[in-house]
Unconditional design. Structure first.
Length: 400
């Protein structure tokens, strides 16, 4: 195998203090998981063990939580959207989330509600799916350059989908403005002043996948991971999952690495800032990791990452492309994992570090050795099949 060098800026978190979050706890995760377990078609997504890849890289174990199997949506995002909509409706109709039932509520709602959101694709599809299950309306805004497949998947669920000429963060602002003018309910996975309840529910919904993984690790004879690699857009997934895992294991017992594309590395820049305040990134954010193409940190997720993340990484797109190829073309008897651009960056980082000219220094920086047990989250499958083939078959964004 060739030695090659990809851009990966690894920075220690200068603001770490290990303080646990009161929002993303074991108790809240179990509440969310109990809700998801009652949704028709629910099954825990698989936790795949890539033992041959682990041996190749020189670590003890690599485990991949594969969200490409989440219902028929090919991504984890519905966990947050569906849970938040359910909690919102429970507030609206004075219902108990512990006895929430989609079919019953669908019959009880006399006047249709409209849920609005902005998305790169997966979150909007989750909101559209939940609205469809409840017989409600959804309006989904997408930033410029949205893939046709992602747009069509949302429209197939009966939602209105509008592609803007703006980047993600400006599209969020447009969705909020239009929703306020139209009397719609905003279901957005980032927060701002006066809007925290729904994004908190969304992030709590994401913890279901982490709670599943904790249980599934026992079947692999793993008491706990030593490392978790989490990709970040606004930091909602990373913040919710890390908050839960730190409540489960203790922040001091988990080497957590938060990864972003270098074209949209607002979390990384916040992590290396002198004061620990959030740092925004502007511009087009033209990364293939469209699910991570966000320039403004989630103010609910950032405090968790600031307090508990071990390191932040900013990397080039080829790292994610490498991860897609590695997961889709496994070594030996390892299972094949179909991973989209945003889902594969954790695996890409591992492999890129291993084959880097400065391998020993990078592995040491990441705290990786033969005893390491690394948990990765494949957040999406091939939600853009055309681009997936361009990367995996045609070698787009090469390593050499």
């Amino acid at each position: 195998m060739s030695i090659f060098s990809l851009k990966m800026e690894v920075a220690d978190n200068r603001h770490y203090n290990g303080q646990l979050s009161s929002l993303f706890t074991i108790d809240e995760a179990e509440k969310a998981r109990a809700f998801h377990q009652k949704v028709e078609g629910y099954q825990p997504t698989p936790l795949q063990s890539l033992d041959c890849l682990a041996k190749e890289i020189g670590v003890g174990k690599i485990l991949v939580k594969d969200e490409s199997h989440r219902f028929d949506l090919c991504a984890f995002k519905m966990l947050g959207g569906a849970y938040a909509i359910a909690r919102l409706l429970c507030d609206e109709y004075q219902l108990d989330i512990n006895v929430f039932d989609f079919d019953t509520l669908k019959n009880d709602i006399k006047e249709k509600m409209t849920f609005a959101t902005a998305t790169d694709g997966n979150h909007g599809r989750g909101v559209a799916w939940a609205a469809n299950k409840l017989g409600q309306n959804a309006v989904v805004y997408m930033p410029k350059g949205a893939a046709d497949e992602r747009v069509n998947n949302i429209r197939a669920l009966g939602a209105e989908c509008i592609v803007t000429e703006m980047n993600y963060d400006d599209t969020v602002r447009l969705a909020i403005k239009t929703a306020e003018e139209s009397g719609w309910k905003v279901v957005q996975d980032t927060a701002w002043e006066g809007y925290t309840k729904i994004p908190t529910w969304i992030m709590q919904g994401y913890t279901t996948l982490a709670a599943e993984a904790v249980d599934q690790m026992k079947a692999h004879a793993v008491a706990k991971p030593t490392h978790v690699f989490l990709q970040a857009g606004v930091g909602a997934l990373a913040g919710g999952v890390l908050g839960y895992l730190c409540d489960q294991y203790g922040a001091e017992n988990l080497h957590s690495v938060v990864i972003e594309p270098d074209q949209a590395d607002c979390i990384y820049r916040s992590g290396i800032s002198a004061d620990g305040d959030m740092v925004n990134v502007g511009g087009d954010m033209a990364t293939i990791m469209v699910g991570l193409a966000c320039g403004e940190p989630n103010p609910l997720g950032w405090p968790v990452l600031r307090d508990c993340a071990t390191q932040f990484v900013s990397c080039q797109d080829s790292v994610a492309a490498l991860g897609m190829r590695v997961l889709g073309n496994p070594l030996g008897d390892d299972p094949r994992v179909i991973s989209g651009e945003s889902g594969a960056v954790g695996a890409g980082l591992l492999v890129a570090a291993h084959y880097h000219p400065d391998r020993e220094a990078l592995m040491a920086k990441l705290g990786l050795n033969e005893d390491s047990i690394v948990l990765l989250i494949n957040t999406e499958g091939d939600t853009d099949p055309v681009h997936y083939r361009e990367v995996v078959w045609q070698g787009k964004h090469p390593t050499l």
